[in-house]
Design a binder for this molecule. Sequence first.
Ligand SMILES: Nc1ncnc2c1ncn2[C@@H]1O[C@H](COP(=O)(O)OP(=O)(O)O)[C@@H](O)[C@H]1O
Ligand SMILES: [Mg+2]
Length: 373
Amino acid sequence: MKDSIQSAIVPGATDCGHIRAACRRVEAMSASLGNPVQPPTVFELEEALGKRVQTCELLGRNWRNSVYRVQLANGDAALAKQVVMGTDEMLQCQYDQLGALATLQIPGLRVPKALALLREKRVCVMEFARGKTIQALVRDRTSGDDLISACKLAGKILAQMQIARTEQICPIPVEALARDLAGAPWHLSSREQTILASALESLAGAKVSIGHLYYDYTPDNLLFENDQLSLVDPPDVSRHGVLLWDFSCFRGSMRRHLWRFSLRRPFDRRRAMIKEAIALFQRSYLTSFDKPYPEPVLFTAATLLFELQRTAVLLTMQKGKVNLARQRLPIARDRSLGNSLANRIMLPLQEMEKRWLFLEKRWLFLQLARELP
Ligand SMILES: Nc1ncnc2c1ncn2[C@@H]1O[C@H](COP(=O)(O)OP(=O)(O)O)[C@@H](O)[C@H]1O
Ligand SMILES: [Mg+2]
């Protein structure tokens, strides 16, 4: 089982197969349902950390991870992240990546120090990062200036990370991208197929930076406090690919937050502020490079293409989540949601999320069409 998850996600030299990897990961995860893991105990945490622990409190849980706040007797706090579905290798990779990121020494960037591993519980313990996530700043009424500063800094830090991690500059691997997009869990209209083909053709000559991706450089993984950003949720697989992917992840997630906010509060003036924060993220990113890749005229089309690929990854995972929920709650298999509260609430929410991603795909195609010559 472990081998199947790991082999599913080992990347090639320049890995563009994010959708394929997501499909295999979902398959491997549904097969690992029968491999549950218990929460870490205070005693186990004390042994691993070599320090007195007062409490270990669940902060959040999703289908992949559980996250605990660990209160130490000396007043410090730590965070214990438990890989609920995944392998020992994925746990080790997260631990190692925290160390690797810290060595980059980028101004304004903090990386939580890795403190311990509890292998039998698949738990990685790290420093507790202070501050609010950028996602929380989007929602927060009182933090407009912080949102602007955080997004500006997020752009600058991402550019510095990419400058440090660039290993080669080469043409965008359009064929590999086309192959991966062909495996997306959606149907393309003939117009969308034409747009995609022309986008790939226009981008075929574009040069991009290749190196180690962060993969999940998103507003919910960046915590802002005192003009610094802490980057959490390190990669659980080392991926080598087009670095623009990370830019597209952040901008795409911010746009999604903006849309949700606009739906809830269509007349709120903070919508303009969120838009400005996204624009400043992009500007501070771009102005950090002496020579930008790809060239400015192709930048928008290239980033939209990676946003499209990321939307397909999210859709693949979302479909996997719905299937997992059905496996766990057998009554829901035939769409009869029964009386369980979990069934009644969770599945419709997951289905809504899927529909949202389909709308996003259509929107991205429209934007891509506008960028074509
Ligand atoms: N070291 C940390 N310090 C403080 N909060 C953290 C830390 N790591 C994670 N978190 C919080 O927990 C949330 C979920 O953890 P994360 O590692 O991002 O897992 P997931 O893969 O489930 O997104 C993050 O969005 C962040 O709010
Ligand atoms: Mg996260």
